[in-house]
Design a protein around this ligand. Structure first.
Ligand code: AMP
Length: 422
């Protein structure tokens, strides 16, 4: 019995890696266009960062974190999300000194101990953007436009943008009281999780997916109708920026996200054809998080998207992936006696910047040609004794099957012109 990959994780195999390179390349290209700089934080942090950052009573903190002690007994957690670590790094490195508002992005694995299902993993990859240091509603709209630009460049269609405002510290207190008052006599009909949420985090009852809860919150007061003046005008400004850019969005007054740090704008992007796990990304404003993690009051807004779900959506929507780059040259030898010359030529070709490879298993010329065909090399150079005695090798175009003898001294020039003309 061999050991298998842990539950909820997966290998990204060589045959799929070009999809990842492509998606990551598009993400970096677009984020660069919008002025974001990459930040790489550790894969694990002190547990307290997430407990304080994401919220003690959230599903992520109560049920989904991979937490373990280090050798001195300090509690560490594999990062379940990227915003708290980025804010920690922002504070630790006094990034407010770089500029008043800073635009950062990250890309990498996150870890959540959720029940695995299609599109839901225990190790998954996210790209995320954070704009820290501005309260402008234009920044909220720009975050949405940025990610839409990424999806557009990838060819994703059938996207739905859901948007809501979850208010701020000021208006939320009153609203939560109203909500609790409404839920009080319905508590007995809520699911066991929502019964707990009623005390610890009543806002989360609003987006419970269970039918019994959904039915009981139908008439619940909406936060959108209980916003303070500042939150209300912020929300209308965000919507009007989106309208001006002709972005179609839907207001979802029950959208509250799974992380406690959101204030004002919250949004989610849903992709058709993904089944139950149809959210490909989500984000919002988090004006209190920097302060909660020990900094000065600093408004901020951000977004995170799951890369696995983006790749699944691209496949399901049958968007064509770019053609994979092929190996330029395969070097084959007629027999083992020509091995050293073949090896020298191989390295010389690579030094010019062309991609090249050869087979070291000592197989016949026929088996080497089979390999060259299988890996879809564009040209093969055949190194044989007869040609070598004339200081020549054979150059074979693998597509047309035409071949000719080429002087070794002219080989590199010859290869460059063949490859350029393709
Ligand atoms: P969140 O950090 O929960 O706001 O999630 C942002 C995005 O990350 C989601 O919209 C998904 O695309 C992706 N995501 C979250 N959790 C998972 C998971 N367990 N497996 C795969 N993707 C996920």
């Amino acid at each position: 019995m061999f050991i298998k990959v842990p539950k909820g994780t997966q290998d990204i195999l060589p045959e799929d890696i070009s999809k990842w390179y492509y998606v990551e390349g598009v993400i970096k290209e677009i984020l660069n266009k919008y002025g974001y700089k990459e930040i790489r934080t550790p894969f694990f942090e002190y547990t307290d960062l997430f407990v304080r950052g994401i919220g003690e009573s959230t599903d992520i903190v109560t049920k989904e974190m991979f937490t373990f002690p280090d050798r001195k007994g300090r509690s560490l957690t594999l990062r379940p999300e990227g915003t708290a670590p980025v804010v920690r790094a922002y504070l630790e490195n006094s990034m407010e000194r770089i500029s008043k508002a800073i635009k950062l992005f990250y890309l990498g694995p996150m870890f959540r101990c959720e029940k695995p299902q299609a599109g839901r993993f225990r190790q998954f990859n996210q790209f995320g953007i954070e704009v820290i240091g501005t309260k402008s509603s234009a920044a909220d709209a720009e975050v949405i436009l940025t990610v839409l630009d990424v999806y557009k460049k990838l060819g994703l269609k059938s996207l739905e943008i859901l948007i809501n405002s979850v208010g701020c510290k000021k208006c939320r207190v009153d609203y939560i009281q109203k909500l609790k008052k409404y839920l009080k006599d319905k508590k007995g009909f809520l699911c066991s999780e929502c019964k707990e949420r009623y005390d610890k985090n009543p806002l989360r009852v609003l987006d419970c997916k269970k039918d019994s809860c959904k039915k009981n919150i139908e008439q619940a007061p909406l936060i959108i109708e209980n916003l303070c003046q500042e939150c209300e005008s912020h929300f209308s400004e965000v919507k009007s920026y989106l309208d001006n850019q002709k972005i179609v969005f839907h207001e979802d007054p029950r959208l509250v996200r799974g992380l406690d740090y959101y204030t004002k704008t919250a949004f989610e992007i849903i992709s058709g054809g993904l089944g139950a796990q149809n959210a490909i990304g989500g984000g919002g404003r988090y004006d209190d998080l920097v302060e909660e993690l020990g900094g000065k009051p600093t408004p901020a807004v951000g977004f995170a998207a799951g890369i696995e779900r983006m790749i699944i959506a691209i496949d399901q929507q049958k968007v064509e992936w770019p053609v994979e780059k092929r190996l330029d040259i395969f070097v084959a030898k007629v027999n083992e006696k020509n091995k050293d010359t073949a090896f020298r030529l191989l390295q010389k070709i690579r030094n010019t910047g062309l991609s090249a490879d050869m087979d070291y298993s000592g197989g016949s010329l026929k088996s080497q040609m089979r390999i060259a065909n299988k890996i879809r090399a564009r040209y093969t150079i055949i190194v044989g004794e007869e040609e070598l005695s004339k200081n020549m090798v054979i150059l074979r175009n693998m597509q047309t099957k035409e071949q000719k003898e080429v002087q070794i001294d002219n080989l590199i020039d010859e290869l460059s012109s063949c490859i350029d003309s393709m």
